[in-house]
Design a protein around this ligand. Structure first.
Ligand SMILES: [Zn+2]
Ligand SMILES: [Zn+2]
Length: 244
């Protein structure tokens, strides 16, 4: 059927109005007033990032006792960012959402991911930033995928300033998946640039991405941003791998 765009939009709205909202993970009915298409049971199973975590890289310590403190690797080799924080541990519905959204282009997962990104501990980092910068994709990857997941996630904060081409990816690199930490670092080395350093000079930057794995990518981004004159860099992701 070749209905005009406005009519399609209108029909979807009507459908939205009459169909009950279903949980994306179990298919159960979600309450009308819920902020995202996830039911309380499924959301209740998520492991949120809670203290004790590494004060720097945000690593969730396997032992649930003690205060936030720097982890071993951050003490011996401090990253060029001050703090990296994630909303949740990368497993269960969170891992499923990240994969379906990024690799299968299922846009229905975006509002859920954005909703998780607005948890109080994450909002703290957004409030402390002058400029949000989504981790950029190389133009070739952008063409393959059709969208930059990090940019769409940064749209969770409509009041925040977002730098679109402030940080660019100048080198096409193979995906980080399947590489060891050393290979990951080498892979992203010299992959980023700040074409107009004035846009970051003296500013507190918050890098936004979907997933923190070894931190190799955001480390390299932060290094380049600091060198371009950024005052400080922090990192916010929806998810973080459990522990290395
Ligand atoms: Zn559910
Ligand atoms: Zn750490």
């Amino acid at each position: 059927m070749n209905a005009p765009f406005w009519l399609k939009q209108f029909s979807f709205r009507i459908l939205d109005f009459f169909l009950p909202r279903l949980c994306l993970f179990c298919g159960g009915v979600v309450a009308e007033e819920a902020k995202a298409a996830v039911c309380p049971d499924c959301e209740g199973g998520i492991q949120w990032v809670e203290s004790p975590v590494c004060t720097c890289c945000g690593l969730v310590f396997p032992t649930r006792e003690g205060e936030d403190r720097p982890c071993g690797p951050c003490q011996t080799d401090p990253p060029p960012f001050a703090r990296a924080r994630a909303a949740a541990v990368y497993e269960g519905p969170v891992a499923e959402s990240v994969k379906r959204f990024k690799f299968e282009r299922q846009m229905a997962y975006l509002p859920v991911l954005q909703h998780w990104l607005r948890r109080p501990r994450c909002l703290e980092l957004v409030a402390a930033a002058d400029l949000l910068i989504p981790v950029p994709l190389h133009r070739r990857r952008l063409q393959q995928r059709g969208f930059n997941q990090a940019l769409l996630l940064a749209r969770a904060f409509p009041d925040a300033a977002v730098g679109l081409e402030t940080l660019v990816r100048v080198r096409h690199t193979p995906p980080q998946v399947g590489l060891n930490p050393k290979e990951r670092r080498d892979n992203v080395h010299r992959a980023f640039a700040v074409p107009r350093p004035d846009e970051v000079k003296g500013k507190n930057i918050l890098l936004v991405d979907d997933l923190y794995t070894t931190g190799a990518t955001v480390r390299e981004c932060a290094r380049v941003l600091r060198r371009a004159g950024a005052k400080g860099v922090e990192v916010l992701t929806v998810a973080r791998v459990k522990h290395e």
